[in-house]
Design a protein around this ligand. Structure first.
Ligand code: HEC
Ligand code: HEC
Length: 219
């Protein structure tokens, strides 16, 4: 891949056509590959991460929005998002490297979510309901209304959650519920997670892990 070409292309377009991705354009995916050398131990060489049953799952980074990745890395560095595992690795990166690894991972092809295969039909049906329609009795708005049709994400603010690992989705929902993750604007996720039961969390996590984000299916 010719990164210089991609960069000048980005600079040309950056003048006006590609609005809203100014941050991502400053990252260099080629340099990002080098800066990501220490990340592969957990996030894997293809950015797929890993679902770890009953353990700490490592999220898929491949295909996530670059500006979203940048925000998360700064949130870890500045303690707005707590993770004893991630903090030292985020701290290793300077501001330019943050942009570079974000450019790199955002360009990788989305890999399948893991950990949803053991869910039974009833659990998946509940997951699908929460994802696509919400639950008005429980004042739970559908995930789709922010994370987009098929859960593939909307812009840089609403990350893709389809094809993410069940263990990771579950851990994040639990963290919001327990007020251990609070880095989202207006505590949007915190107020939703608080209304989800443990079964709901398991259901919606398994369902999204099984959705194929690269096909953008679902409704
Ligand atoms: C020892 C394992 C490990 C290593 C090495 C590691 N990470 Fe992580 N990473 C994690 C875990 C675990 C999480 C989830 C943290 C949480 O629960 O909030 C995570 C989360 C992230 C996220 C947030 C993803 C999202 O969807 O919000 C980003 C971005 C990230 N890591 C980037 C990196 C980069 C870049 C590196 C290398 C410089 C790296 N990680 C190295 C384990 C690791
Ligand atoms: C009102 C808007 C809104 C709704 C509805 C919503 N989310 Fe979110 N969600 C967000 C925002 C914003 C973020 C990004 C927070 C940040 O910047 O760290 C997020 C992040 C997440 C993440 C973390 C992704 C990652 O890579 O770390 C998960 C998992 C998640 N949401 C799951 C859900 C599920 C499941 C539902 C439905 C039950 C849902 N969300 C409904 C706004 C929403």
């Amino acid at each position: 891949m010719n990164n210089n070409y991609l960069r000048s292309f980005g600079l040309l377009l950056g003048a006006g056509l590609v609005a809203g991705s100014a941050l991502a354009e400053q990252g260099d995916a080629g340099r990002g590959l080098l800066a990501a050398a220490t990340c592969t131990a957990c996030h894997q060489a293809d950015g797929s991460g890993l679902h770890v049953e009953n353990g700490e799952s490592w999220p898929r980074l491949a295909g996530l929005d670059a500006a979203y990745i940048v925000k998360q890395l700064h949130d870890f560095k500045e303690g707005r998002r707590q993770s004893a595992t991630m903090m030292p690795f985020a701290n290793m990166l300077d501001d330019q490297q943050v942009l570079d690894v974000a450019a790199y991972y955002s360009q990788l092809e989305v890999t399948p979510g893991q950990g949803g295969d053991k869910a039974d039909e009833a659990l998946l049906a509940r997951g699908e309901q929460l994802a696509n329609r919400g639950d008005w009795d429980g004042y739970i708005v559908s995930c789709k209304s922010c994370h987009g049709p098929g859960g593939t994400g909307v812009g840089s603010d609403f990350p893709g959650i389809a094809s993410q690992h069940a263990g990771y989705i579950q851990a994040q929902l639990q963290a919001w519920k327990d007020e251990e993750r609070s880095n989202d604007p207006q505590n949007l996720m915190g107020s939703i997670a608080k209304r989800l039961s443990d079964d709901d969390i398991q259901a919606v996590s398994a369902w999204y892990a099984r959705q194929n984000a690269s096909q953008a299916e679902g409704e």
